[in-house]
Design a protein around this ligand. Structure first.
Ligand SMILES: [Zn+2]
Ligand SMILES: [Zn+2]
Length: 147
């Protein structure tokens, strides 16, 4: 479809480019230790897309599931089998049209920051039950050991 959003992003030096197609599954802020250390800023703002929506070109290095540009060190994306997390700051157009709907690890939020109005607030990660695709419920009988 021609009106499918297509957002481009890149690292600081331009060695890595990526495209995300379609709307993100969710957009959030995170104050956790990993986000702070990985980005060097006091929180991260990110959008989660289905893995298939993401295409990157250029050489990336990785640390676990996090990828970054080996030349300039910019974070590029966090990729697993089903989803990709893109930093809002790595998108090419600023400001973006993406608005966070939730905040994670708010107990680690800097005291001079305030809860973003209208967002869901979580002490830690999002509860598993809130995932968009919960695991299929299992009949109780399956839980019984076979031997
Ligand atoms: Zn770079
Ligand atoms: Zn985090």
């Amino acid at each position: 479809m021609s009106d499918t959003p297509r957002r481009t992003g890149s690292c600081l030096c331009g060695g890595v480019h990526f495209v995300v197609t379609g709307q993100p599954k969710r957009v959030g802020l995170c104050h956790c230790k990993d986000c702070r250390k990985a980005g060097g800023s006091v929180y991260s703002a990110f959008a989660i897309f289905p893995r298939d929506a993401y295409e990157a070109s250029g050489e990336v290095a990785s640390y676990g599931t996090r990828s970054f540009c080996p030349t300039c060190g910019s974070r590029v994306a966090w990729v697993d089998d089903t989803e990709v997390e893109v930093m809002l700051g790595s998108l090419d157009v600023a400001p973006t049209d993406l608005v966070p709907a939730y905040e994670l690890w708010i107990n680690r939020r800097e005291t001079w920051l305030h809860a973003l109005p209208g967002t869901e607030q979580f002490e830690h990660d999002r509860p598993r039950s809130e995932e968009a695709e919960p695991p299929a419920p299992r009949p109780l009988s399956d839980a019984v050991a076979h031997d």
